[in-house]
Design a protein around this ligand. Structure first.
Ligand code: VGL
Ligand code: ZN
Length: 207
């Protein structure tokens, strides 16, 4: 963990209506993982600075976690686009070991027959393996007076995109932390196109 908080993070954390949302910084999305995002691990030190700033200021920090059962509909064995990844309780589903995890976890994609890229489709993590399906992200944030979200993580063109667009649709002001996101880029340019789309729909690109 860096001992110096980047000034932008400290400034954002002074906003009493801000929260930090860290999307899917999990082993399977980092180099060596089952669905590795190129240079995905580079977001870790950047995000740790933001976690430090938000924690110090007493602002909420939320982590989303891709959390699939075996045989999930998104897996190739079921005709989906992805290799088996982020299976509940496996090392691949764990957060990157270098990530400072000091906040509240929302899990998503736990329904075997439904894809869920967005953190807003998630549910509050409960215990080692479970979720509390009654507690979703939007309500949890509103209960804490949050109106502005700072979002980083993996991957720009899938779960970051979906979380940002749902956050905007739910009425939050959303800033995307450009140094803290990386794309899968199944097709070259997917990540850049996703960022442009987020911006067109009202997100602010920062950093
Ligand atoms: C993601 C593909 C499949 C993501 C999750 O976190 O962006 N991408 N599952
Ligand atoms: Zn997934």
């Amino acid at each position: 963990m860096s001992d110096r908080v980047p000034i932008a993070a400290a400034e954002a954390a002074r906003d009493p209506e801000a929260a930090l949302v860290i999307v899917d910084v999990q082993n399977d999305f980092c180099p060596g993982g089952a669905l590795a995002v190129p240079r995905g691990d580079e977001v870790v030190p950047v995000l740790n600075g933001w976690v430090e700033a938000f924690t110090a200021a007493g602002r909420p920090v939320v982590y989303t976690q891709d959390w699939h059962p075996e045989g999930h509909i998104s897996f190739r064995e079921r005709g989906g686009p992805w290799p088996v990844h982020c299976v509940q309780g496996t090392r691949g589903a764990d957060f990157h070991p270098g990530l400072a995890v000091r906040g509240t976890v929302f899990r998503k994609g736990f329904d075997r027959d439904r894809e869920a890229y967005s953190g807003f489709d998630g549910a509050l993590a409960r215990g080692e393996r479970g979720v509390d399906p009654g507690t979703g992200l939007a309500g949890w944030l509103r209960e804490r007076g949050v109106r502005r979200l700072y979002v980083g993580g993996l991957a720009t063109d899938y779960c970051v995109r979906a979380t940002v667009l749902d956050g905007l649709a739910a009425g939050f002001e959303v800033s995307v932390l450009i140094p803290a996101v990386r794309a899968v880029d199944v097709e070259p340019g997917d990540g850049d196109r996703a960022l442009r789309e987020m911006q067109e729909k009202g997100a602010r690109l920062v950093g």
